[in-house]
Ligand binder design. Structure first.
Ligand code: BG6
Length: 475
């Protein structure tokens, strides 16, 4: 067969905190994104102690989706989306995170949103936690380093699973959980809401937090299956394939070790146990995980149904670490690849890397895959004819879709869906900018906060519409 399956999930993706705005409306509490300031291409976002006067918090207004979701979903239906990935803002449901009872106004909002999606036959794909840990849980309990968050998360997951059991089938537990690494402060903050002080044993704290998140993810999967056995619950990692800096075996070995740092997260959530290399590494570093009796059982029973991953770029690694540059607000360390071009934000453009990623992941895990994020962050300009001619974005998508088409139709990878990131422009996670745009739909708002939030279809809108219409035949 030389075509995509009829039920292939062509879609688009956003997250609650990057688009909803309305950060304190209808009882919503503060999430970690609400105390993270705007940054820029050259300047990292900062985390403030609560919401401070005079600071700019772009997630407070997002793209006004909370108020415009009906019109937006109508536009996405016109685009032809079969599915739409977003997250539930945990703090709309449990404003502090540790309450016994959920906030009805928050639950009602997502009822309305899912009903609107269903009205247009768009399948929701829902992340439970997309960099949206309640800020109160960080202040009071220290975030994910504290096991109590496992229970709070399980309660939250149970509430939304029960409430939306007839409206949502596809779920993901934590977005890009693998950013939670001790070498990135912003990564730890966003993925796990962990702050470390001077003299803290960062690696120990991070490892414990990650363990607690694994148990929470496992519990959510087990609970979700009890609520509705038809649920498809996945994990989500930010996947970056690494290429060795040279064919020197020492570089190859260093690259393999670097890749293990990300595979670790999938090994646990897909295979249901800690991999040998991580156990040894912890032992060598003197890291001891505090576990409760049932943790291992929960991790082994709460394995996921599919792997969701984001793919934006590939990277290079080797023994010469001086070649690494810090980018994306401190989340990424990148090394230049002379064979590839990069975006203005220094992210390499590598369609073949997507085919490589799909094959590596499918070979290693054998589970269905979903590319839940992929896209081209760029400055957009409205030309004199009033249109945004985003031809570079179209070329980017064309090449990446071609690459995953080959992975599916020539290599035999089981790929169930593709949801390009920021199908409608939104606030960047790493830099907090509006001007780093991904969308097929333009949103009139810029880094300075100017603009009236109105929407415009870009040239790529019509291009992607045709791709979906022809089920990927015409690119
Ligand atoms: C992923 C995140 O890291 O990449 C998204 O899941 C994020 O939340 C996306 O927005 C693109 O990154 P950025 O920094 O360009 O917004």
């Amino acid at each position: 067969m030389n075509a995509f399956p009829k039920n292939f999930l062509w879609g688009g993706a956003v997250s609650a905190h990057q688009c909803e705005g309305a950060y304190d409306i209808d009882g919503k509490g503060l999430s970690i994104a609400d105390v993270t300031t705007a940054g820029s291409r050259n300047c990292s976002r900062r985390i403030t102690d609560g919401v401070l006067d005079g600071e700019d918090y772009p997630n407070h207004y997002g793209i006004d989706f909370y108020y415009q979701y009906e019109e937006d979903i109508k536009l996405l239906a016109e685009l032809g989306l079969k599915c739409f990935r977003t997250s539930i803002a945990w703090t709309r449901i449990f404003p502090q995170g540790d309450e016994e009872e959920p906030n009805e106004a928050g639950l009602a909002f997502y009822d309305r949103m899912f009903d609107t999606l269903r009205k247009y036959n768009i399948e929701p794909v829902i992340t439970l936690s997309h960099f949206e840990t309640p800020y109160y849980l960080v202040k009071k309990y220290g975030g994910w380093r504290n096991r109590r968050l496992i229970d709070f998360f399980e309660r939250y997951a149970k509430v939304v699973f029960e409430r939306y059991q007839n409206k949502v089938i596809y779920w993901q537990t934590f977005n890009e959980i693998n950013h939670c690494k001790a070498d990135s402060d912003l990564g730890m903050w966003l993925a796990g809401a962990i702050q470390c002080g001077e003299g803290d044993h960062k690696a120990q704290i991070c490892a414990q937090a990650v363990h607690n998140m694994f148990v929470a993810s496992g519990k959510a999967v087990i609970c979700g299956k009890e609520v509705n056995p038809k649920f498809q619950i996945g994990c989500m990692i930010g996947y970056i394939p690494y290429y060795s800096d040279s064919c020197n075996p020492e570089d190859v070995l260093a690259t393999m070790k670097r890749e293990e740092e990300d595979y670790f997260f999938l090994d646990v959530m897909v295979k249901g146990r800690y991999p040998y290399y991580k156990l040894k590494q912890y032992e060598n570093l003197g890291i001891v995980i505090e576990k409760e009796e049932d943790d291992d059982k929960i991790i082994s029973q709460g394995v996921v149904d599919y792997i969701g991953f984001s793919y934006y770029m590939s990277n290079v690694y080797g023994t010469d670490r001086s070649k690494l540059k810090i980018s994306s607000g401190g989340i990424l360390q990148t090394m230049e690849n002379p064979y590839l071009q990069s975006t203005r934000w220094g992210w390499s453009i590598d369609p073949a890397g997507l085919r490589i990623s799909l094959n590596r992941l499918y070979d290693r895990y054998g589970l269905p895959l979903m590319i839940v994020e992929n896209g081209y962050g760029a400055y957009d300009k409205i030309e004199e004819d009033g249109i945004i001619h985003d031809d570079d974005r179209i070329s980017y998508f064309k090449a990446h879709i071609e690459a995953f088409k080959q992975a599916v139709l020539e290599d035999g990878v089981n790929l169930i869906g593709y949801t390009p990131w920021g199908c409608i422009d939104l606030v960047s996670a790493s830099t907090g900018e509006m001007d780093k745009r991904y969308g097929f739909i333009y949103v009139d708002k810029n880094n300075k906060g100017e603009g009236d939030f109105h929407r415009e279809k870009k040239k790529s809108f019509y291009w992607y519409q045709r791709v979906i219409e022809t089920n990927g035949e015409i690119l």
